[in-house]
Design a protein around this ligand. Structure first.
Ligand SMILES: [Zn+2]
Length: 436
């Protein structure tokens, strides 16, 4: 299939600092971008992410956003539940609908448009103060965070909490009903995967130590317990077994720490861990089905407003299964997938091989009729040569498009490499039609 879509993400502050016109001019001219989307609900993450400073922002050297703000003007009547969206209080961003700002210029150029709801949807500090009951809990009752140390005070909402489900459906229906977008992209963090690394760069490791670490993640909140009991799970047995595995994983307690050492010096396997701990395995399956249910809820909410909306999931983890996400069952509820691998950032052929493997995995689970979009890390750690090889990986794996992440950290040379790579690997249908 041809790489029909070349998408690019933009942040509200990119549009404010550089102007929408300059951002889209660069993306269109250099990379052949024909689809633009706003990261419309952004978590707190220093930008640019990998480099210390912006390569081409004329106003500021870097930016530290507020946590989980929406950058469109939310329609209040959509949010009848407990959880309400927060907008930016920064003077240069407040009051503007940045999604509409992007859409009007993008449509003038004939581009597709979209909006992303990124990793977290609730400001962690606000949630801790106003609705702590909606947050994921580990088996000891602690709030579950992600990405950083617990001290950073991150917090994840529980996907099984009805208030969270209602809020997510409201966000999506607000976007679809009130904005001229073709797709809603979600890269929501799933269940806390515990003390293991699961990044957008790099490959998949295997072994029982990563799997057992999920016992230190989420979720054990009241909403999870209620849902699990209703589905016939022996919750007390689950808690007993997961608590033990969490202690072994962390090496807490003399007995558990000794057991962990014995296991590490043995040839124990993931399969044996699952066979041995049936309640733990049942809990992992419960998390998987909970995510399937959430995807179904978001998809049906979006499609109830507009049937032709494209609900796209951005899979960003190198080991999504540790967060409870099963591609095959969850992807039954999406219209397209963006595989958010940025292994181009390793700047090596091995990184490209990792990308290829992740795309192949997503392709098989998604089936062959729904669009698969390959992310490209167009930032300075990737060379133009590596980016052209990444385009080949997208062609090799039957992708239907590319999606650049992210313009704010890109150099013009890297953007040019996208267009060059598409030409080199004959990614468009025009490349396949040659008349004498
Ligand atoms: Zn929960």
């Amino acid at each position: 299939m041809p790489l029909d879509e070349v998408a690019a993400s933009l942040y509200a502050w990119d549009l404010a600092d550089e102007t929408t016109e300059r951002c889209l001019d660069n993306l269109q001219a250099l990379a052949g971008v024909n689809s633009a989307y706003l990261v419309g609900l952004m978590h707190k993450e220093k930008r640019p992410l990998h480099a210390r400073f912006y390569p081409h922002n004329p106003v500021r050297k870097y930016y530290t956003p507020e946590d989980s703000r929406v950058y469109w003007r939310p329609a209040p009547d959509r949010y009848s539940g407990r959880i309400k969206p927060l907008t930016s209080e920064r003077e240069f961003l407040a009051g503007t609908d940045w999604l509409d700002t992007l859409i009007s210029d993008a449509r003038r150029r004939g581009m597709k448009t979209g909006c992303e709801i990124s990793h977290t949807v609730i400001d962690a500090d606000v949630a801790r103060a106003k609705y702590p009951d909606v947050l994921q809990r580990d088996v000891f009752g602690n709030i579950v965070g992600t990405f950083e140390a617990v001290e950073a005070q991150r917090a994840l909402p529980c996907l099984n909490n009805p208030d969270v489900g209602e809020y997510l459906a409201a966000l999506v229906t607000d976007l679809v009903a009130n904005h001229d977008i073709d797709f809603v992209q979600s890269c929501l963090v799933m269940f806390g995967s515990g003390f293991s690394r699961s990044n957008t760069v790099g490959g998949t490791r295997s072994g029982w130590t990563d799997l057992i670490a999920t016992a230190t993640g989420g979720c054990f909140c009241d909403a999870c317990r209620e849902k699990a009991v209703k589905e016939g799970l022996d919750w007390d047995a689950v808690v007993r077994e997961v608590r033990h595995l969490a202690l072994v994983s962390r090496g807490m307690g003399l007995e558990e720490s000794h057991e962990a050492q014995v296991l590490r010096e043995s040839n124990y396997s993931e399969a044996e861990l699952l066979l041995e701990h049936e309640s733990f395995a049942a809990w992992l399956a419960f998390r998987r089905h909970s995510i399937d249910d959430l995807f179904a809820l978001i998809s049906s909410a979006a499609h109830a407003v507009r049937d032709d909306i494209d609900f796209r999931y951005n899979t960003y983890m190198s080991r999504p299964e540790l967060a409870g996400l099963n591609f095959a069952s969850a992807f039954a509820h999406v219209d397209s997938v963006r595989e958010s691998d940025y292994s181009d950032q390793l700047g090596t052929a091995e990184g490209v091989a990792i990308k290829r493997a992740k795309l192949m995995r997503a392709r098989r689970a998604l089936g062959y009729d729904k669009p698969l979009i390959a992310a490209l890390g167009v930032r300075p750690n990737a060379t133009p040569e590596i980016l052209r090889a990444s385009v080949k990986a997208a062609v090799d794996t039957g992708c239907d498009g590319l999606s650049l992440g992210h313009y704010d950290g890109a150099t013009m040379e890297r953007l040019r490499a996208v267009k060059d790579g598409v030409a080199e690997w004959e990614g468009t249908e025009a490349d396949w039609i040659n008349r004498p």
